[in-house]
Design a protein around this ligand. Structure first.
Ligand SMILES: NC(=O)C1=CN([C@@H]2O[C@H](COP(=O)(O)OP(=O)(O)OC[C@H]3O[C@@H](n4cnc5c(N)ncnc54)[C@H](OP(=O)(O)O)[C@@H]3O)[C@@H](O)[C@H]2O)C=CC1
Ligand SMILES: O=C(O)CCCC(=O)O
Length: 496
């Protein structure tokens, strides 16, 4: 007997409700093609309701003492821990990455909940000595209002929490628009927030397309901040539109991250880092390694070790614990990946392994792509410059450390970078000269500690950071307060 796929709802003002016009869209498992559920295909009317609910809730939430807001986030951390396994399975089903990765994704949300709960007892501002006697000066963080969070599908729990939790602890209220490919993980996150005791309307979730729900949020006059993570193309559009309305925008976008392997590197260690950074999450991380910059002296030895490991990666449904690499997210993504492989071959790169879709046996109904490696890649080739967002790695051989640094720095992106060397002097030079938001020394290009700022330089972002104390900046406004307790107009005030 087959059971009908469940129908989910938006949460607006704490009430789960269908879209105004009742439209829905389906959500499928990319490993099996199974229909998982239906979600509201919302319109600008639903966005209006959600923003209005968030605006009303802001009047109360901003007055809740930050330590109390932190207690709710602490409970969210506890609940996420309790539901971790279940949430990870939900995520693997709708997004495809393997279970230990989806567990890691939820864990980042747990870490962020506890970290931001602690911020509720700090939210440090500062005081400074002022020029005059009997006068004080201080700066404190004020919340801004209604925040729109627009999130991608590759980290369906972690990335929403990187936006929601700092926004909430600072006293803002939120409308979340999750990626259409991963609505269920976001729906569960919002359920958990309410189970933890969040007051009604403080977080609202509206499902639907970027073109309709996303656009309506960007243009809504009562949305004060837009926090966006996604592709460079969409991010640029969000930035241009939001600039017209003079809205504050935080953008986290694409990457073209490199692992640099120098001639003195521990090659076994490097192979582990490369493998995980390039093919983990099927290459669908903004921090994924897609360029391998290798000193020519060790290229052959590295390939001898790396290629069998790539070919040994097991593809399949991420729910199977024997599987290393899950499917890619959808049909258009697999086509995009394959088109880049064709471009690479046309441009003259040598295909070492992979380069094809796998659709046989148990994999017949999913979007599986064989982990792929090119060598003889020139830095100006499109496969070395453009974000592919799939399991495709391009090896560029170099003759010196200087050349490796120059190649790393010559892309329009600047999110993460890794270097393998045993020479401490070279690590110091790497720290000084590599243009990157995040540098890993002797480990792969991925993995974030939520205590530290996350984000990239150049075309990866617009200068904001998520996580750590820096993650509060986009959601707070500095308010400066001077108090004069002299009781009279002081002479220096007149002189100034
Ligand atoms: N730097 C970083 O921290 C990270 C960056 N990324 C980047 O994200 C990308 C992959 O995510 P992906 O989901 O495909 O990215 P998209 O840009 O396609 O989508 C991101 C979000 O934006 C929405 N959106 C799309 N068009 C618009 C629009 N016109 N106005 C407002 N919102 C819109 C999407 O909605 P819908 O789903 O309905 O289309 C989705 O919710 C990669 O480029 C990756 O590098 C990913 C993780 C971290
Ligand atoms: O790479 C990404 O797409 C998000 C980073 C999360 C992490 O690396 O922990």
């Amino acid at each position: 007997m087959t059971t009908a796929a469940p129908v989910f709802k938006n949460s607006i003002g704490g009430i789960w409700q269908a879209a105004h016009d009742g439209r829905t869209f389906p959500n499928y498992n990319p490993a099996t093609g199974e229909l998982l559920g239906h979600f509201p295909l919302s319109s600008s009317r639903d966005v209006d309701d959600a923003v209005n609910a968030a605006r009303l809730a802001f009047a109360r939430w901003r007055l809740v003492p930050a330590p109390r807001r932190g207690e709710i986030l602490f409970r969210v951390g506890e609940l996420l821990s309790r539901y971790k396994e279940d949430l990870a399975r939900t995520m693997t089903r709708e997004m495809g990455k393997v279970l230990n990765e989806t567990q890691g994704d939820v864990q980042e949300g747990i870490d962020m909940a506890y970290y931001m709960a602690g911020e509720g007892r700090r939210l440090f501002g500062y005081t400074v000595p002022v020029e005059l006697p009997n006068k004080s000066g201080m700066a404190l963080r004020d919340p801004i209002g209604v925040v729109a969070c627009i999130t991608p599908w590759n980290f369906p729990v972690a990335i929403p929490t990187w936006k929601l939790f700092p926004a909430l602890i600072a006293g803002n209220t939120v409308v979340l628009k999750p990626a259409s490919d991963t609505p269920h993980s976001a729906q569960r996150l919002v359920e958990i927030l309410y189970e933890a005791g969040l007051p009604e309307g403080v977080v609202n979730i509206v499902f639907g397309s970027g073109q309709e729900v996303g656009e309506s949020l960007i243009h809504h006059p009562d949305v004060s901040v837009i926090s966006f993570t996604g592709s460079t193309e969409s991010g640029r559009h969000v930035a241009v539109e939001a600039a017209q309305a003079l809205k504050r925008v935080s953008l986290e976008m694409g990457g073209k991250n490199a692992v640099i392997v120098l001639e003195d590197a521990d090659l076994d260690l490097a192979v582990e880092g490369i493998l995980w950074s390039a093919y983990g999450t099927t290459g669908q991380r903004c921090t994924a390694c897609s360029r391998l910059i290798v000193h020519r002296d060790v290229q052959d030895r590295l390939l001898e070790k790396l290629v069998p490991r790539i070919e040994g990666l097991r593809l399949g449904d991420g729910l199977d614990e024997q599987v290393d690499v899950g499917p890619v997210i959808n049909a258009s993504q697999i086509e995009k990946i394959h088109s880049y492989v064709e471009i690479g071959a046309r441009e003259g790169a040598t295909l070492v392994t992979g380069g094809e879709r796998v659709a046989e046996g148990e994999l017949a109904n999913g979007y599986f792509y064989r982990p792929t490696l090119f060598k003889d890649v020139r830095p100006d080739m499109r496969i070395a410059q453009e974000e592919i967002f799939g399991p495709v790695l391009s090896l560029i051989a170099v003759d010196s450390f200087d050349e490796a640094i120059a190649i790393n720095n010559e892309t329009k992106f600047g999110l993460s970078c890794a270097i393998y060397t045993q020479d401490i002097n070279k690590t110091q030079r790497a720290i000084r000269d590599l243009t990157t938001g995040i540098l890993y020394i002797n480990s792969g290009t991925t993995g974030a500690e939520i205590q530290l700022p996350f984000g990239g330089t150049r075309g990866t972002g617009n200068g904001h950071r998520e996580a750590g104390i820096a993650g509060l900046d986009v959601f707070t406004e500095w308010k400066v307060v001077y108090t004069d307790y002299s009781g009279k107009l002081q002479k220096a005030q007149i002189d100034n």
